[in-house]
Write a protein that binds this ligand. Sequence first.
Ligand code: BYC
Length: 320
Amino acid sequence: MSTATLAPDVDELGRARFEELIAADEKVEPTDWMPDAYRRTLIRQISQHAHSEIIGMQPEGNWITRAPSLQRKAILMAKVQDEAGHGLYLYSAAQTLGITREEMYEQLLSGTAKYSSIFNYLTPSWADMGSIGWLVDGAAICNQVPLCRASYGPYARAMIRICKEESFHQRQGFEILLALMNGTDEQRAMAQESVDRWYAPALMMFGPPDDASPNSAQSMAWNIKRFSNDELRQRFVDMIVPQAEILGVTLPDPDLRWNEERGHWDHGALDWDEFRAVLSGRGQANSIRLGKRRRAHEDGAWVRDAARAYAGRQLSEVAS
Ligand code: BYC
């Protein structure tokens, strides 16, 4: 029998097994057969998530040398290092799908891969470290806890550890803002001004509204996404309204009100033109973020060369 006649049977068996796994809500592992589109979707989402973690080190890295105390500096350094770690777990998870790390870096550096819109905003004040922790990591947790149950095993397992660390990140941000809100009038004004800038961009992190989200339906059918973009955005708003009250900050949304019938907080419309502009490279900091990443990659070339030369020598010693 020729391979040409065998191949469809192998694919059919693989497809049936894949559909069984998805229907039973079990994990798909790297050695399992999977449809090309499922593989491509995962590579897109996981690599973009990894890029977001790596680019996401910059807005906070900007404040490490200017943190207001030794303790704040130590905490911020630990958080930024965690983000590097998250990027590495995620690149490793994506590599199990057959893409190399070099290909992913190339997509990021050439601007063909996206990373989260939120990291294209500037961090001009110390209070932004609080807002990033509270709002950005808070939004990340709402989005990422369901990803711990994503159907692709390596992604789901990476997300479990990431979510544990994100919880600490959110608390440290909340605590920075709480300290400022318990401080002087100037400190309170600094915290409020920062929350005013980060609130809407944080809500946009969840992606376009459901009726403008081309990937959601298929990703939900494959158990990659468990909730829609709007459902998760709603969860986030419901979570932060009482937290804002504890902090004593005002959320900059005149349409924010409790909807008795729905049992949720209604929020105002978001500026999706701004979101699209940021995605197309016209945000406050797109060129700063990518420029810095490209320079870091070039500066690190000697480390990669040295590691390759060392690995080559080890291999030739084993072979001889
Ligand atoms: N920014 O059909 P949709 C962190 C794109 S890092 C940019 O709804 P999907 C942290 C989307 O990719 C957190 N692009 O897509 C790190 C798609 O374009 P493509 C990062 C966005 O994939 C350091 C198009 O819009 N989190 O926490 O079903 C310090 C249509 O969207 C955005 C993740 O990456 C956006 N905000 O759903 C502190 C989570 N939103 O790819 C904190 C994992 C949408 O077709 N990712 N787009 O060209 C996801 O959960 C999903 O990919 C999304 C989008 C919910 C983001």
